[in-house]
Design a protein around this ligand. Sequence first.
Ligand SMILES: NC(=O)c1ccc[n+]([C@@H]2O[C@H](COP(=O)([O-])OP(=O)(O)OC[C@H]3O[C@@H](n4cnc5c(N)ncnc54)[C@H](O)[C@@H]3O)[C@@H](O)[C@H]2O)c1
Ligand SMILES: Cc1ncc(C=O)c(C(=O)O)c1O
Length: 309
Amino acid sequence: MIQRIAIIGLGTMGPGMAARLARGGLQVVAYDVAPGAIERAGSMLGVAEGVLDALGIAVPPAGAGTVRFTDDIADAVSGADLVIENVPENISIKADVYRTIDSLIASDTIVASDTSGIPITKLQAHISHPERMVGMHWSNPPHIIPMIEVIAGEKTAPHIVTTIRDLIRSIGLLPVVVKKDVPGFVENRVLYALLREAVDLVERGVIEPEDLDTCVSWGIGYKIAVIGPMALLDMAGLDIYKSVSSFLNADLSNRDDVAPMVLEKTNASKLGIKSGEGMFSYTPEQTKALQGERARKLVAVRRILEGRE
Ligand SMILES: NC(=O)c1ccc[n+]([C@@H]2O[C@H](COP(=O)([O-])OP(=O)(O)OC[C@H]3O[C@@H](n4cnc5c(N)ncnc54)[C@H](O)[C@@H]3O)[C@@H](O)[C@H]2O)c1
Ligand SMILES: Cc1ncc(C=O)c(C(=O)O)c1O
């Protein structure tokens, strides 16, 4: 039974994950190589806990879990039943972490990666006892979005998938088991198909970025939260989809590299909210207000979608 969880990496995702797991009654020890990240994670944890209260996520009868931060990776993983690796999306950084923890954990400690889409089979090559490694892909913001993908690599033991699926379910979240270890798994394959087309339309001057967001959020996003893509096909009619896709699919972006607009911005360190500018610009005050407003809206929508309002 999983009770003690180590989280390695406390950037965008780690603090919200820690808060959500602790709310489910689990004991979390969280580590980051950067002291600044540990400091930031403390305040992000407090914000996430407030959002969990607003979502009405109850503490289990046995009581809430705990989150403890540490700057010592050996301390973080000591006695862990599950280690969740949550460091940047770069195989060599992830492999370094696996090499470091390998001698610090038991051979049956489960090691999960929150990778956005590196096949688990590739990551497994960098750890001993690869049968205990599994993909556990959360969605951002992880304390609010309830769905988590669970992915087996070629060498993952089936019972590890079941254990992680059951853990996710036991704390009131929604596991989705992905049946093949394809790059990007399912959520990001669908998201990146949408993002590729969206970036292409803005880059070609078909639409302004603000208008693209209005079109997608109100035309597609709002609807798709209630009616998933497969159900939407039935609502529109497969005959309509057949007619439109017969001419439209060939016209959609099939770019297989990173769009020049994205390269230009990343080369200029315009990374989005984390750097104050990306597709849009953000002052620190605007960022704080935006994050609060987004959390409030996501909480309200989730309560309604769950039939709690
Ligand atoms: N950002 C998202 O929307 C999102 C969503 C789901 C999954 N993911 C995936 O989760 C993982 C983490 O993403 P993120 O957005 O939180 O990244 P991030 O860059 O915000 O944070 C990564 C953290 O890892 C730390 N780190 C780097 N090397 C380390 C090491 N050797 N040991 C311990 N800590 C180390 C960094 O200091 C940083 O705080 C990635 O694989 C990413 O693809 C990201
Ligand atoms: C752009 C983008 N890329 C990856 C992920 C998750 O892996 C997300 C997300 O969870 O929101 C994302 O927005």
